[in-house]
Design a protein around this ligand. Structure first.
Ligand code: PHE
Length: 525
């Protein structure tokens, strides 16, 4: 019998549902939870932010997570292959999502490298008494926006470690590599971070921080930007509409309770986010208390500044600071690392399937290219500004375009929403009602389009962070241009017969119930 070459025939699976859930939570819980959420919540109405946040979770987060799961689980491939099987022409969307993963992975890795350095610096408060100067000058040797080829040794060395580990884990595969790391890493993270939160809550002034975070500013609810911030946070944080959850679901066994797992993942991610908010703001409350100022007088509460300047400053003032610092930066590194794994595997599985490569070759090839870009653009003296700009454009424009396209294609063009709903309901215990269809087909695309228009308008009119226009052109809009070129190139390259012609989606939605519930023979496909 002729050998049928197909990527799905030998498709790996998670060893258990638990393995899948751990990996999915590992992807979701990342830098977005620890350093992005607390700052965004604080700036966007404090306690009142929880309302748009929860609405975004229910009206976009969970529904789109289910959509990702259903596509991956039914069509059993990375984003490009799954979309291709769903509707041939939508393969391009899969490559667009893959391009976003690539872009995010190359700078995300760098933040993990910083965290590793700071883990080390925690022992002995090596940042001294001016952490701001230490971070930008002594550590990063940061230069003005521009292009520099001067590598920063302190960043480059840990970054080598990060990429080598990523390539090795990816080459080990789904069960032996990714699942193992998450099954070990996640409990470690929860333990370490919980210890940090408990310590933070017992610091003097902690309650002032919590009041600052949770006291609602109801006026914020009428501000469109607050709603936009909530939706962006949900997308980034849950890793949805990036194609990753499509790939992860494709490694689930065919009989697997998808929606219940999705609810667990969504709940776990948001809980961790709120936990991080509590930990970070208690710590900041202590900082205000130590300085004898009110909370409103603190600044530097978002992004890199929060983690790498404000936090070190607080840690220095704390008794037992080395442990606290190590817990914080260690948590950042672990949470970031399990998310980075998912970012890179998303790219590597897509490439593996399209070119019929082994997982090892795909891991090494994708890992080396991504590492090279990561070093060249972000481990240099201009890395900080580049990272900030690329992040802004990939996350606020790229991902929103991806989500809109996905909803519109599934509901209005390929018209697979109802089959996908039936698929989920056949394999899962939590049934998705008909409400899902208008949410995905009408509400989400309309809201996301409003959000996109507002953001693009804002970036065009106001630029970003006062960076020079040429710089925004090259690194900001250039990022978008890169994703488009990447999409075109990978879509246009032929499959060369590598997509399994015998692929059959299962369960068969139209056959009598007994048949559709029997898995096809020999298949964990
Ligand atoms: N969800 C991750 C975080 O919160 C980031 C991420 C985005 C990971 C997209 C994978 C895909 O940091």
């Amino acid at each position: 019998m002729a050998e049928v070459r197909s990527s799905t025939e030998t498709r790996e699976t998670w060893t258990s549902n638990r393995g899948f859930i751990f990996a999915a939570i590992g992807s979701a819980v990342g830098l977005g939870n620890i350093w992005r959420f607390p700052g965004v919540a604080y700036e966007s109405g404090g306690g009142a932010f929880l309302i748009p946040y929860l609405i975004a979770l229910v009206t976009a987060g969970i529904p789109i997570l289910f959509l990702d799961y259903s596509i991956g689980h039914r069509f059993r491939g990375s984003a490009p292959l799954s979309f291709r099987r769903m509707w041939r022409k939508s393969e391009a969307l899969g490559w667009f999502q893959t391009a976003l993963l690539f872009v995010i992975s190359v700078y995300y890795a760098v933040i993990i490298a910083w965290s590793l350095s700071y883990f080390y610096f925690s022992f002995g408060n090596k940042w001294g008494d001016d952490p701001a100067t230490f971070f930008t000058e002594d550590y990063l040797h940061a230069a003005d926006p521009g292009v520099s080829s001067e590598l920063v040794a302190g960043v480059a060395w840990p970054l080598v470690g990060v990429w080598v580990a990523i390539i090795a884990i990816l080459a080990l595969g789904i069960a032996k590599g990714i699942e193992k790391v998450n099954v070990i890493g996640l409990p470690l993270l929860v333990l370490g971070f919980s210890a940090l939160v408990i310590r933070a809550l017992t610091l003097p002034g902690a309650s002032d921080g919590l009041n600052a975070l949770f006291t609602p500013d109801w006026g914020a609810l009428t501000d469109l930007n607050v709603w936009i911030a909530a939706y962006s946070q949900i997308f980034f944080s849950m890793s949805i509409a990036f194609g990753i959850m499509i790939s992860y679901a494709s490694f689930q066994r065919r009989k697997a309770n998808m929606t219940s797992s999705g609810l667990v993942v969504g709940f776990a991610n948001s809980s961790f986010e709120i936990l991080a908010g509590i930990g970070v703001f208690s710590t900041l409350g202590f900082f205000a208390h130590e300085q004898g100022v009110t909370f409103d007088n603190l600044d530097g509460l978002t992004g890199p500044t929060l983690s790498f300047i404000t936090f070190p400053a607080v840690i220095s003032e704390m008794p037992g600071s080395a442990i606290f610092g190590a817990l914080f930066f260690g948590s950042l590194a672990i949470a970031g690392f399990t998310s980075l794994i998912s970012l890179v595997i998303g790219v590597s599985v897509a490439v593996q399937e399209k070119f019929g490569l082994s997982k090892e070759v795909a891991a090494v090839a994708v890992g080396i290219v991504a590492a090279a870009v990561s070093f060249g653009l972000f481990a240099t003296t201009t890395g900080l500004v580049a990272l900030d700009t690329v992040d802004q454009f990939a996350n606020n424009i790229g991902i929103v375009v991806s989500a809109i396209a996905m909803c519109v294609i599934v509901v209005w063009i390929a018209r697979t929403i109802d089959p996908l709903r039936r698929h989920l309901n056949m394999v899962s215990t939590f049934h998705v009602g008909k409400w899902w269809i208008p949410v995905i087909g009408v509400y989400a695309p309309i809201f996301l389009t409003v959000m996109l228009v507002q953001k693009v308008h804002d970036l065009i009119v106001n630029g970003y962070e006062g960076y020079p226009a040429w710089y925004i052109g090259v690194f900001g809009w250039g990022t978008i241009a890169f994703t488009i070129v990447f999409t075109a190139v990978f879509t246009l390259i032929g499959w060369g017969g590598r997509d399994d012609p015998d692929f059959r989606a299962w369960p068969d939605l139209d056959s009598p119930s007994t048949e559709r519930r029997t898995e096809p023979k020999g298949a964990n496909r």
